[in-house]
Write a protein that binds this ligand. Structure first.
Ligand code: NAD
Length: 328
């Protein structure tokens, strides 16, 4: 019998590097394109497909996969908001994920974005490369003594809290399931919005958290607040954020994710005309920093993602308990 095959979508060079390093058992068919109804047929002959955050794993895709006898969807990420779970369940397709691969990767990138935004490091870097050593416009503020508002105090949120405490910051938090964390005060969302100098999002995207940062929230926040999102784009109503930036109601925004990122992020669009007006306006603002969903991108995280994803498939094939199954 030949090797089990995995149809691996949205494959990037760094994915191939780490999966090839740890894979000894399977034939992995790497496809550059994102999984979506139009190319789901590529999974023919595979019992497993491997997908990522911007693959379109909707009802239609799952219908096609089911007709091809795909049995498992291996999400090589923690989030699964892009998977039609009801449909997968109906079709008897298991959905597995990598719940934690490196909370440090995301939390450290979050603080990196805050420092870059607050201390204007990208602007300074560009200036000095042109021998422009002026400091005008580069004033930031001390993080020490300021208040970080953390929404979602799970694995990443907690590491981020430790980092903030290391900087001498006060921490306010909002989470429907509060934990006992040293030095953290849980408050209502409204209190958090009103009293934070930095607001950082570390909750999953759900019906409750969709647009958790909306016009109403942006009316409550401090005038110079920095808003940071390294979780999921649709946690922020981006048009409302843009209005708040335009009207100077907030100090700035650092975004590793964007609600319309699918099809743009992870790709080189530098030779194309990007027609997303909201993104174009955000990119052009001096007080906005955007990275392309890269918070997870460390060697440790990629190594864990590859190993856990391959083990998830092995657990399924060997009939072991599926500890990383996403259940409804
Ligand atoms: P986690 O499950 O450990 O923690 C999530 C926390 O959010 C939990 O404590 C939960 O109670 C809380 N929460 C749920 N609903 C909430 C609500 N309505 N309001 C406030 N808090 C709420 O998850 P994690 O590993 O810490 O990851 C958090 C998120 O980070 C993921 O859902 C994912 O979207 C994002 N993420 C982004 C990247 C990236 O590269 N940018 C990488 C990994 C994860």
């Amino acid at each position: 019998m030949g090797k089990e095959e995995i149809a691996f979508f949205d494959a990037k060079p760094y994915d191939k590097e780490w999966f090839d390093k740890f894979n000894t058992e399977y034939e992995i068919r790497y496809y550059d394109g994102r999984l979506r109804p139009a190319n789901a047929k590529l999974a023919e002959g595979c019992r497993a497909v491997c997908a990522f955050v911007n693959d379109v794993v909707n009802e239609k895709t799952i219908d096609i996969l089911s007709k091809l006898n795909v049995e498992v969807i291996l999400m090589r990420c923690a989030g699964y908001n892009n998977v039609a779970l009801e449909e997968a369940k109906k079709r008897g397709i298991k959905v597995l994920r990598v719940p934690a691969y490196s909370p440090y990767a995301v939390a450290e990138h979050t603080m990196g974005l805050i420092l870059a935004l607050n201390r204007k490091i990208p602007r300074a870097y560009i200036r000095t490369r042109d021998f422009n050593f002026s400091l005008n416009g580069l004033t930031g503020f001390d993080l020490h003594g300021k208040t970080a508002g953390v929404i979602g105090t799970g694995k990443i949120g907690r590491v981020f809290i430790d980092i903030c405490r290391g900087f001498g910051m006060e921490v306010l938090a909002f989470d429907p399931k509060p934990a006992d964390i040293d030095g953290v005060k849980y408050v209502s969302k409204e209190e958090l919005f009103k009293n934070s100098d930095i607001i950082s999002l570390h909750c999953p995207l759900t019906k409750e958290t969709h647009y958790i940062i909306n016009e109403e929230a942006l009316k409550l926040v401090k005038k110079n607040v920095l808003i940071v999102n390294t979780s999921r784009g649709s946690l922020i109503d981006t048009e409302a954020l843009l209005s708040a930036l335009n009207e100077k109601r907030i100090g700035g925004a650092a975004l590793d994710v964007y609600e319309e990122e699918s099809g743009l992020f992870f790709e080189d669009n530098s030779d194309k005309i990007v027609t997303d007006e909201v993104l174009s306006l955000l990119v052009s603002r001096p007080n906005v920093i955007i990275t392309s969903h890269q918070a997870f991108l460390t060697e440790e995280a990629l190594s864990n993602i590859a190993q856990v994803t391959l083990k998830n498939f092995e657990d399924y094939l060997l009939g072991r308990e599926l500890e990383n199954e996403v259940r409804l």
